[in-house]
Design a binder for this molecule. Structure first.
Ligand code: ZN
Length: 205
């Protein structure tokens, strides 16, 4: 759903947000996109309204909950987009258990099982000098981890489903915020899944 809110209708101050009985999402949070729709940030509704009123951003999606302003009830923005391109520093993604699991879509890279009980496997074991790098770490279930032990995949007769790489797509938003934001229905389409990016990049490689 697309909607535009004229800045002059909004009054000077947002008084409060009406929230439905079953509050599932934080209506105070607004997804901020760059002019090319790249996700930039999750900001407070007040900040989003200020950007709209200054003519710096436009509304892309509105939320179900109405917003009470000095000018009456208005739809509150859920996703806004900058009217000009914001230059941003190249983001760095720290190599961590969390980021490896996110890259691998929380899926064991040996048997394909999905779940929360995943560990991180060094493909070339550490004792053989296997480095702690993006291309030597994969998500691995406990069963496969036990089976593989301290061997290489070849020695353990196990096959990796993908070639692990450093993710090409690195969100500007912090990883925990990004993963949390992906769960919000209206925002999902603006926040590509790591996995999808990785496989599309691999098919071009
Ligand atoms: Zn497994």
């Amino acid at each position: 759903m697309r909607a535009r809110v004229s800045p002059f209708l909004l009054g000077r101050r947002v008084i409060r947000i009406e929230v439905g009985e079953r509050r599932r999402i934080n209506v105070q949070e607004v997804l901020l996109l760059n002019s090319d729709f790249e996700p930039l940030n999750v900001c407070h509704l007040r900040r989003a309204m200020a950007l709209i009123m200054l003519g710096k951003a436009e509304v892309v999606e509105i939320q179900d909950e109405a917003m009470l302003t000095t000018r009456g009830r208005l739809p509150a923005p859920s996703v806004v987009r900058m009217c000009y391109h914001v230059r941003r520093p190249l983001p760095q993604l720290r190599l961590s258990r969390h980021s490896v699991l996110a890259r691998d879509g929380h899926t064991c890279q040996y048997c394909g099982i999905k779940g929360k009980e995943l560990t991180i496997d060094h493909i070339i074991p550490r004792w053989m000098g296997g480095p702690h790098t993006w291309d030597n770490l994969v998500a691995c279930c406990r069963r496969c981890n036990l089976k593989k032990g301290d061997k290489t995949p070849q020695q353990a007769k196990m096959k990796l489903r993908t070639v692990p790489r450093r993710p090409h797509f690195i969100p500007y938003i912090s990883l925990p915020a990004y993963l949390k934001a992906q769960n919000r229905d209206q925002w999902g389409i603006y926040l590509p899944v790591f996995e999808a990016f990785r496989s599309s990049q691999e098919s071009h490689a």
